[in-house]
Write a protein that binds this ligand. Sequence first.
Ligand code: PLP
Length: 342
Amino acid sequence: MKFIDLRSDTVTQPTPAMREAMYRAEVGDDVFGEDPSINRLQEMAADRLGKEAALFVVSGTMANLVALLTHCGRGDEAIVGDRSHTFLFEQGGMAALGSIMPFPVPNQPDGTLRLADVESAIRGDDEHLARTRLVCLENTHNMCHGTPLTAEYTSQAAQLAHSRGLRVHLDGARVFNAAAALKVDVRALVQDVDSVMFCLSKGLCAPVGSILCGSADFIAEARRARKVVGGGMRQAGILAAAGIVAIEQMADRVGEDHARAKQLAHGLAEIPGVDVAPVATNILYFRLAEQVSKTPEEVRDELAKRGILVGARVDGRFRAVTHYWISDEDIQATIEAVRAVV
Ligand SMILES: Cc1ncc(COP(=O)(O)O)c(C=O)c1O
């Protein structure tokens, strides 16, 4: 059976152009800095984001952890959103591996942190208190409906942080989705942050990898942090080759996925018993209304039997994520299947 897999954009298979590039990739020992494909990917990524330097790492989780380990020392504190990926879904790596204390402040429904909340979370100079070092933002915000943070908001948050001697890290796993949704150059969304990571392996379809960008000094330190967490790779140019195709061919097309997410939202909203949340990028959340007698798990399983895979969360929400391998026909088939099942 052919599955229409909407559980996440992480399920994306590499494109034929990526497989070809991987086959032909020139490689070397990257711990020695000698992998030409990785070096090219890093230069290209830094240039694309308007930063001095970049580092290829195996995952988004590792990129965030390496950034935190680089910005913060033992006992330092990082202000994070209470619905952020870093706080909720990375096993508390900053605390477990870095002795860094997360200070969660509420994410607003649009994924932002209220600047007043950030301000009041910043600790003063007092020997009783941890030292606040970092503010972490997420763009687009996964748990807050895939909403993009604007360049204006990011600049204001960075200005506040910098004025208090803090740094800013952006989890930009889907920052190209944010740029497409806001119709701005991605550089505008990251110009004021000190570090930013983005994932090659989500909507950009590469099989493995994320990129951490920042100043040359920051990336030199981050290389050390990557090594200590076991992330120094050798002939990984075979993976970087797919990442190069991701940046060259995929980063500018993600708006098509947003259009399909909107088509899906529109179709689902017409089904009695389905409540659809506003959709801004490629991530769509919906719920069953009270009159529906089936549980979310039953609906998820019945959809799966029809070849449609969606995520069902413990809070009762469904999550459907559009990506390169989801076509207009797949969207129509999904709407028809949800109508039939609900
Ligand atoms: C916003 C965000 N940050 C970080 C990650 C972690 O990426 P990875 O799964 O590559 O570790 C994810 C994964 O879904 C994510 O959605």
